[in-house]
Design a protein around this ligand. Sequence first.
Ligand SMILES: Cc1ncc(COP(=O)(O)O)c(C=O)c1O
Length: 463
Amino acid sequence: MNLPYAEPWRIKSIEIIHRSRAEDREAWIRAAHYNLFNIKSEEVYVDLLTDSGTGAMSAQQWAEIMLGDESYAGATSYYKLKESIEEILGFPYFLPAHQGRAAENVLFSALIGVGEEGRGKIVPGNSHFDTTKGHIEFRHAEALDLTIAEAFDTENPHPFKGNVDLVRLADFLEKTPRESIPVFILTITCNSSGGQPVSMANIRGVSELCRKHGVPLFIDAARFAENAWFIRQRESGYESRGIREIVREMFSYADGATMSSKKDGIVNIGGFVAFRDRAMMEKATSFNIMFEGFNTYGGMAGRDLGALSVGLRESTDYEYLEARVGQVARLGAAMVERGIPVQKPFGGHAIFIDAGRFLPHVRREEYVAQTLAVEIYREGGVRGVEIGAILADRDPVTRKDRFPALELVRLAVPRRVYTDLHMEYVAATVGNVWDRRADIKRGYRITREAPILRHFTVELEPA
Ligand SMILES: Cc1ncc(COP(=O)(O)O)c(C=O)c1O
């Protein structure tokens, strides 16, 4: 008989968490103005708000923390990270940044411009992440979503729902002047479309079109290792290739990458911009120095650079990815068993509940996904996040709410943190809400919001 699967690690240190009473959660969520970002972590039992910066580091990473070289310039830890980036991603140049959005700020300042320089420019991509879009729109440029249509049907089993529609991209590149397109951003896996991967064929296709038209291609590499895992699982010709080999090929098609290393870097803070071209890196350097710090630390402590150098290696390990993506899939399967509508195939870092199909009688103007996220918290102290109209924000020109094609609640699984029993608890919690869904008829209205990236600080009241 085949032996069952088990995680490729054992636990050395634990953190105590507590369950809570329903009446306490009711008071906490009211005090938080029905925004889960305002809830204290001690008021949460299983925290699936994000997989960003919430992972557990290995003993080897903690050892690197102790070895951290805090020299202002030329730190050993910087060179350790440089070696990892060059070896794993294949980029000879990089600038450290304190997290992903900081890397975006540096890259976009160099490629799109600052202030009014971005006006009239268009940055195509596959469902840009919200901070990416925020940084583009902050520069008065437009983020153009060219994701394939299949991505917006949660039941469609397409294996690569992060893919770019190459016909639309070709058409866009033909019709748009080159000087209006500063860069193409390809997000792998694509967080906003549900942690869905991009195939190698599609990365190659995007790269060929971008090269033909002289547009630089940058990869948003937050979850690059999970993308490589899916290529190995689902793309013909890659089933017996090593993860590292697949990773090298993915990046070989790009001119550079931004990375929030709080995801597949398995560190709690950090990021970088990597470049193939020295001149491009040099152009970005002055922005990095201005916004982040000198080239060899750029917003990160030496110890964090060191931990990241190890994390990049660990996240590209086959057994790690099998455990990681497998746990997310087991959570997905436990939801499907209960009849809960979730996006399929399951994403790499999260399960996305189709809130539109879960709560069909809640009006979209009353924020369907937010309504469901609040109910899941109320039920069992499980914190997820709204990926719906609140996140989609207002149109920068008309200032009207933008209603996305999908209203989703994302349950993002931190790396190496929770056990499968926690995942069972989460599925049971959502299952209880599913059983009482007919009683949830009204959502929320906004009482206070910020002009950009409103979801972090929005305040709501029951509609
Ligand atoms: C795909 C993607 N890009 C960029 C970012 C921004 O990274 P950070 O949160 O480190 O600023 C995120 C964060 O979740 C992300 O998922």
